[in-house]
Design a protein around this ligand. Structure first.
Ligand code: G6P
Length: 589
């Protein structure tokens, strides 16, 4: 993962770099570093921890001409000052997002050549490879190009060479890199938001494109060193300002945006009580594989439920990290749906490539425009949730579920009726954000060591996400479990200290779920229920959601689950927007 940003300009070079870097902190936040040229000399500052630690060491008055910076999510070598980027070997200083898979072999060869390594990183090896090639060829573009033949794995590099003190070089392979172009300096970064404080004109690099920029020019080359032209795009959505908008956390702000996201999806993808004709039609396929990671895969589970129920198509959901290495049956009538907020998740991208290699139709459901998955898939539907900053996804997850529901109901008999129901969801969201005492629920669970999120059918699929949300930001161990399966072993864990949250909205199976919950109560556990059953006899504490319709009822639990997680993490003083060990965009396998 990691975020990289570089800038060449006339003024405020360091400040502009750090501003960009802060907007990339969602990609990693265990250490950060910067290298900049001042009076033709390189200065490197690296610090463990947040960018705020790095800032304490920076002198913003330094007159830098160019600089490169990095925020890290450690892969090779622990998070400390030495392993932080930038890394320097010979004349080369660089920052890297990705993984060099053959770094170990290369390192041994380079040590024989006299290179001495200070860090445990794969990145420092890449710096030495490029330095070695530059020394042989005395040509940076050639050195970078030859390095791509040697380095295996994924990378986006921003590179400075001591000999060429006004230029920054960049290249990417399977990790994103964006160039922001302006009259007032040029910027290179992992993601568009990191360039928006400089310009809204940007170029998306393709694999093996090489870019060279200084304060006045940006030039692109192909891997053979031939200059090429790239399309300059305009980032039009000026509303997407990255700020907490008065909320304590991005996560809370993003939960509050869910109502607008649902409205937007309904207005974009439906018309007069029908799903738009031009929205992708899944009905010609006999099998659907949904492939994704994390919350996106849990959105896929809810999608599977909807697609099987309403479109009557056999659907399987796989974690992308497994899909690539398992036996898949790529029949002609199979569709592979890739779901991803960032559109850059390495495993999901690799699964997409695998499906394409097997000539299988691919549909991406993606939030970020111009992301790799959006560009590589045969078809794409955007979830239009806007920029999501909190590492724990909320609005993008719900948007993925809604898009899957629209795909499932397109063309079915009661399509109009379902869409009428769906139109109620934005108001339900607003109401549920305010109506319940989530702090009270948080008090009940904040000291638990273990929690089961129990449900059956779609309530179980939703619980998967509720459970992930809770554990990733509050650090309470939580598992989603099919309530009916508990008695086959796992119920032995239950005692009066075990936390249980039950999701009970599906009328078709709730009697069975209630019996299972009774078994849990009988073993001493107290049950917190999110349910639409008014006079229940199974919960000890309850969030009573409204009873609307078959399609809407499950969706009403999303907000309560997200706010239970949020409030619990808040009570525990956790770093809600940046939970430990995580990153939002996982660009390594
Ligand atoms: C990371 C994030 C999760 C996200 C998953 C998939 O693990 O922390 O919130 O669900 O990646 O990300 P994607 O961008 O592909 O949806």
């Amino acid at each position: 993962m990691c975020g990289i940003v570089s800038y060449a300009g006339n003024k405020d070079v360091i400040r502009r770099i750090i501003t960009g870097l802060k907007s990339l902190e969602y990609r990693g936040y265990d250490s950060a570093g910067i290298a900049y040229m001042k009076d033709n000399k390189i200065n490197i500052i690296k610090k463990e921890g947040c960018i705020c630690n790095l800032e304490k060491e920076i002198n913003y008055d330094d007159k830098a001409s160019i600089g490169i910076a990095h925020t890290r999510w450690a892969t090779h070598g622990k998070a400390d000052d030495i392993n932080s980027h930038p890394h320097r070997q010979g004349k080369i200083t660089l920052v890297h997002n990705g993984i060099i898979e053959n770094y170990d072999i290369l390192k041994k060869e380079l040590i024989k050549k006299g290179y001495i390594f200070k860090s445990d990183t794969d990145t420092e090896v890449a710096a030495a490879v490029i330095d070695d090639l530059y020394n042989e060829n005395n040509d940076m573009i050639k050195a970078i190009s030859l390095a791509t033949e040697i380095l295996k794995g994924s990378y986006a590099f921003n590179i400075i060479n001591d000999d060429i003190s006004d230029k920054i070089f960049g290249i990417r392979k399977d990790s994103p890199l964006i160039v922001g172009i302006s009259e007032d300096g040029n910027i290179l970064a992992s993601d568009i938001p990191a360039t928006l404080h400089v310009t809204n004109r940007y170029v998306v690099l393709d694999n093996y494109d090489i870019v060279v920029l200084d304060k006045d020019h940006v030039k692109f080359y192909d891997i053979k060193g031939k200059e090429i032209k790239k399309e300059v795009k305009i980032f039009a959505n000026d509303n997407e300002v990255i700020s907490k908008g008065g909320y304590d956390h991005y996560m809370l702000k993003e939960i509050n945006e869910e109502s607008e996201v649902v409205k937007k999806l309904i207005s974009l993808y439906t018309n007069s009580g029908k799903v738009n004709d031009d929205l992708f039609d899944i009905r010609k396929y006999k099998n659907i594989d949904i492939v994704a990671c994390g919350s996106a895969s849990f959105a896929g589970q809810v999608g599977k439920y909807y697609i099987e129920k309403y479109a009557n198509i056999r659907t399987s959901v796989y974690f992308a990290s497994e899909y690539r290495y398992q036996k898949n049956f790529f029949d002609n009538d199979t569709l592979v749906i890739l779901i991803s907020q960032s559109g850059e998740t390495a495993d999901t991208l690799a699964a997409l490539k695998l499906a394409k290699e097997n000539n299988i139709d691919t549909l991406a459901i993606v939030n970020r425009r111009d992301s790799s998955i959006a560009r590589e898939a045969k078809d794409v539907i955007y979830t239009e949730a806007g920029i999501e900053i909190a590492v724990a996804t909320t609005k993008a997850y719900l948007a993925q579920v809604i898009v899957l529901l629209l795909l499932a109901i397109k063309g079915i008999n009661n399509e109009t009726e379902i869409l009428e129901d769906l139109k109620l969801l934005p108001n339900i969201i607003t109401k549920y954000i305010n109506d319940y005492d989530y702090e009270n629920i948080a008090d009940l669970i904040k000291d638990k060591e273990h929690i089961f999120y129990l449900g059956r059918g779609i309530d179980y699929y939703l619980s998967m996400e509720g459970s992930l949300k809770l554990k990733e930001i509050s650090y309470i161990h939580s598992e989603a479990f099919q309530a009916g399966e508990l008695k086959h072993g796992s119920i032995s864990l239950i005692d009066e200290n075990f936390g249980v949250i039950a999701v009970v909205t599906d009328k078709s199976i709730c009697d069975k779920t209630i019996s299972n919950l009774k078994e849990v109560s009988a073993r001493g556990a107290k049950i917190i229920a999110i349910t639409n059953i008014k006079d229940d006899n199974f919960s000890d504490y309850k969030i009573l959601v409204d009873d609307y319709s078959e399609v809407l009822n499950p969706l009403t639990v999303v907000i309560p689950m997200q706010l239970i997680a949020y409030n619990t993490a808040k009570k525990k003083n956790c770093d809600i927007d940046k939970p430990r060990n995580l990153a939002k965009s996982v660009t390594v396998e």
